[in-house]
Design a protein. Structure first.
Length: 94
């Protein structure tokens, strides 16, 4: 792994962090995820990809499962283990 990129946040971490820090961005991301992601990342979202943003609440926790088409060896590449890892930190989680 390139050391210069080791601490650089990926696009999903960047979007999540910005949504936490910027209420207007969060609202746009929920209301129009495709355009908001494209604007924030500079990357086009393919037309055949549906983007759904789901907001957790203090009493609701969503678990997003990878597609059954995904090879398990690719799980770390798509962020399956790292994205969920930070969800379990906090005072309200047992």
């Amino acid at each position: 792994m390139d050391e210069s990129n080791a601490s650089k946040p990926g696009p999903w971490e960047m979007l999540t962090r910005r949504a936490i820090e910027d209420p207007d961005f969060r609202e746009r991301l929920i209301d129009d995820p495709r355009s908001t992601i494209e604007e924030a990342t500079g990357q086009a979202v393919p037309e055949d990809v549906e983007v759904v943003v789901i907001e957790n609440s203090p009493n609701t926790f969503h678990i997003v499962l990878p597609s059954l088409d995904l090879d398990l060896s690719e799980l770390d590449v798509v962020g399956g283990s790292s994205v969920c890892g930070w969800c379990f930190h906090g005072d309200n989680w047992p």
